[in-house]
Design a protein. Structure first.
Length: 68
């Protein structure tokens, strides 16, 4: 699924579904799942590096604040 999206990023869900012989809704769910995984991994990487979210930096990140 992800490979199909990389090959033709401008393709619609319907176009990807047709090419992969899947239902459009299956393509939509699979790509949403891939996006969630990517965002989770990206956020985990920021936490490991100690990066903080800066308002307006465009990352869409959420800061993790530890309280005593």
């Amino acid at each position: 699924m992800a490979e199909g999206r990389r090959e033709t990023p401008e393709a619609t869900y319907a176009e990807l579904a047709e090419r992969l012989s899947l239902h459009r809704s299956a393509v939509q769910r699979a790509l949403a799942w891939v996006e969630r995984l990517a965002l989770r991994d990206e956020a985990a990487g920021r936490r490991q590096r100690g990066d903080a979210h800066r308002p307006g930096d465009g990352s869409g990140a959420v800061a993790v604040v530890e309280r005593p």
